[in-house]
Design a protein around this ligand. Structure first.
Ligand SMILES: Cc1cc2nc3c(=O)[nH]c(=O)nc-3n(C[C@H](O)[C@H](O)[C@H](O)COP(=O)(O)O)c2cc1C
Length: 173
C-alpha cells in the first residue's frame, strides 16, 4: 500500500494553519483541522503529522493527538510545534521539547519547531489576558526588556524556510 500521510493541525491565530497548508502543498499530504479529525476517517493513513501552537510552554492538544494516533492504527507520528520564539532560541526550544516529550518519545517521534509570531487581532480574551500578565511579569525582571517589547505587539516571523526539514523527511519515503 502507498504510504499516505495526513496532517492534522490546531491553530488559534493562523500561523500553524499557514505552515500546515505550506507542508500539504509541498508534499501532497492530506490536511484536516484537529477538531474535525475522526478516528474512522484517519484509519486509512499510515503517517500522522500533528502540528500545533505552543501555549505557556506546552504543545496544545498533544496528549489528545497522541491518543488519536494510537487508536488510528497509523504507523508513524510526526510532530511540529509553532511558537512566538525565534528558531535561534535553541536552548529554550530544547527545554520545551524535554517538557513535552518523554526520553523515548524524543527518540521515536521526529519533532520540529517552526517560528510563528503573535497576532493580537485574532487572539481570544483569555490569551490576551495571559500575554498581558506575561509582560507584567517580565517587566519585573531585568534582561527581559527586549522580549517584553517584542511580545507587546503583533509580529510575524514565519517563513517557508522552516518547513524544509519536515518536508525533507516526508519526501525521503
Ligand atoms: C497565552 C499564550 C501563551 C504562549 N506561550 C508560548 C510559549 O510558551 N512559547 C512560544 O514560543 N510561544 C508562545 N505563545 C505564542 C504562540 O505559540 C504563537 O503566537 C503561535 O504562532 C500561535 O499559533 P497559531 O496562530 O497557530 O495559534 C503563546 C501565546 C499565547 C497567547
Amino acid at each position: 500500500m502507498k504510504d499516505n500521510s495526513i496532517l492534522i493541525y490546531r491553530s488559534r491565530t493562523g500561523f500553524t494553519k499557514r505552515y500546515a497548508e505550506m507542508i500539504a502543498k509541498e508534499t501532497g499530504c492530506d490536511l484536516a483541522e484537529f477538531q474535525k479529525a475522526k478516528i474512522d476517517f484517519l484509519a486509512r493513513y499510515q503517517t500522522f503529522i500533528f502540528g500545533s501552537r505552543l501555549h505557556a510552554g506546552r504543545i496544545d492538544g498533544l496528549s489528545k493527538a497522541k491518543k488519536i494516533f494510537q487508536k488510528s492504527g497509523a504507523k508513524r507520528f510526526i510532530l511540529f510545534a509553532v511558537g512566538a520564539i525565534p528558531n535561534t532560541a535553541e536552548e529554550t526550544i530544547a527545554e520545551m521539547w524535554k517538557n513535552n516529550l518523554s526520553e523515548i518519545e524524543m527518540e521515536q517521534i521526529p519533532h520540529f519547531y517552526m517560528q510563528g509570531g503573535l497576532n493580537y487581532e485574532r487572539m481570544g480574551f483569555m490569551d490576551k489576558t495571559m500575554m498581558k500578565a506575561a509582560a507584567v511579569f517580565m517587566s519585573r525582571r531585568s534582561g527581559d526588556e527586549v522580549f517584553k517589547k517584542m511580545i507587546s505587539q503583533s509580529y510575524d516571523i514565519s517563513s517557508e524556510e522552516y518547513i524544509k526539514p519536515l518536508v525533507r523527511l516526508l519526501k525521503e519515503r
